[in-house]
Design a protein around this ligand. Sequence first.
Ligand SMILES: Nc1ncnc2c1ncn2[C@@H]1O[C@H](COP(=O)(O)OP(=O)(O)OP(=O)(O)O)[C@@H](O)[C@H]1O
Ligand SMILES: [Mg+2]
Length: 456
Amino acid sequence: MTSERDTDRYQIEREIGRGGMGRVFLARDARLGRHVALKMLPAQVKHDAEISRRLGQEARAASILNHPGVATVYDFVERAEDSFIVFEYVEGKTLREQLGVHRFSANEILSAGIQLAEALAAAHDQGIIHRDLKPENIMLAPGPERPGRVKILDFGLAKMHRPLTASSTAGGATAETLSVSTTPGLLVGTVNYMAPEQLQGEAADARSDLYALGLVLYEMATNINPFVGRTPASTIASILHQEAPPISKCNPLAPPELDRILHRCLSKRPGERYHSARDLVAELSKLRRELAEGSDSSKVASPSLAPAVALAISRGRARALMMFIQTGYLVMYASELYKVHEVLRVSRELYFSEFLGYLLTLAAVCGAPVRLYLLSALGFDYADLGEKFRRLFPALLVLDISWVASPLLFLGQLRGLTLLCAGALAFLPFAQRTVLYAAYAPTGGHTSAVQQKLAG
Ligand SMILES: Nc1ncnc2c1ncn2[C@@H]1O[C@H](COP(=O)(O)OP(=O)(O)OP(=O)(O)O)[C@@H](O)[C@H]1O
Ligand SMILES: [Mg+2]
């Protein structure tokens, strides 16, 4: 039990995050005059002596880790009213927060990968395994270069068991992760980034961390965790039985060598992965050198080694633009349906037939639900929207090409501009395709012409 002086030592300033184990606060360590992060532990920790003892033991073991790539554990405080772990406070954003808004270049992925693998190597040397490496546990500290200094949180801390939550939403970026326990009462990771052997109840070792790191880097390259399904059960099945698609399918600019390295990390059998984090550091560093030499030399680098360029538009902006376009279509459809009698009349008067009027009415009736669906998919930021859009595209193209005829109704008022408006409407479906594929990788689909051009 901690003394009164210890209790007063940490002055909480504000909440900085929430996770599966509880809330995290920024606090001031009055004794040493520095900021720290306090991770408050759930009530069951203090009620269950065994869990509390084991967590304390793990926190103390992790506290010997002293590496710039690891947020150091300073203390484990047990009090009558609550218990908490005291961590080094890391400024910056989590990788999870950055994944949605920033497209990482090959160079950034390699730099983060090398830093993370070096931190893992230092921990593994001390016999400490992370067991729960995931974008939420990686901080990108601000630095002169992107991605800046990378730090791993929660090293070596097994977490408390919490009820299985099957409320996984598609995409998984914001999905609640299922907790799986292999030791009664203790949780060893969250399912989305768990290695197959962890899911099968085997003990995690250094190679399980390399698997998770490979998956994190894969997600940096593609914006997608390839194993996340609609339900935790389907995620587990994918992790155990499915191979991740080549990263070039989602990001044609990624170097094929990176694909080879990440797929080796993602091997289902631990024996087929890198033997140690140091081996991975060596491979990633070699690739980074080759890329640098390729871009330094006056000769044009082979396209396969050209570093990926960050796309000009962020996913957030692309979504906003796409939602704006969908709303525009909905407004046009609504006006058409509201004025349907006028539309039929104008069609009859101008073209001696109601065909144009009926065509546009049909397009509006069919188009409205499709646009509403796209709006909701964009609003909820479905991770596989690229794939959904690719499937929908042929139907959407027919719909939008029919809609190109709508300016013909205004022939009397617009005259020559009619053709211009029709041209702009014809351009819209292709523009949407490019925007969407730039922001959401077209998983399993063809790459957009723009991306292929950039890659070539
Ligand atoms: N040492 C730290 N410095 C700065 N921010 C931190 C620190 N530790 C945690 N955070 C912030 O608090 C958030 C919640 O952390 P926490 O570890 O509780 O949750 P999590 O990693 O999302 O889930 P889990 O409980 O599975 O680890 C983190 O995502 C991060 O934003
Ligand atoms: Mg965490």
